[in-house]
Write a protein that binds this ligand. Sequence first.
Ligand code: CA2
Length: 149
Amino acid sequence: MTQSLYILNGPNLNMLGRRETDIYGDVTLEAIARSCTRRAGTHGFDVAFHQSNDEGELVDLIHEAGAKGAGIVLNAGAYTHTSVALLDALRAVDLPTVEVHLSNIFRREEFRRHSFVSQAAVGVISGLGPIGYELAIDALAAHIGIASA
Ligand code: CA2
């Protein structure tokens, strides 16, 4: 059976391409979902792509990934900087996770420079825009390949 990568997106990312294009660019989340599906396919993975504005729902999706998925790409949005619940969920499922941010969180406000998610991630890609998701999939596929070899 084909393994799935869970690509999870946090609050307000459904607005991508529609508002604040100076910071986040003009590519929509739907377009990112399509490019993720294509890229994952080249590595032999399916994609389960989700966005939620609700912290609890993101916790549930991380649990679902733990039960059904092979790895997680997570852009937790603003919850990156606030959510111990997401960190605990990631630790609970213990799946390889790559953290992604469209913007370079280290060039922005001080409060964005700390990430709870990073403490459970195998790596972080920040500031490369939508291609960051595809690079995260490549990294995850390599990591899973190494982990299962
Ligand atoms: O750079 C990223 O990907 C972020 O995760 C985006 C979050 C932000 O809170 C993080 O610090 C960095 C915000 C996502 C909001 O997305 C919007 C998109 C269009 C219009 C308004 C918000």
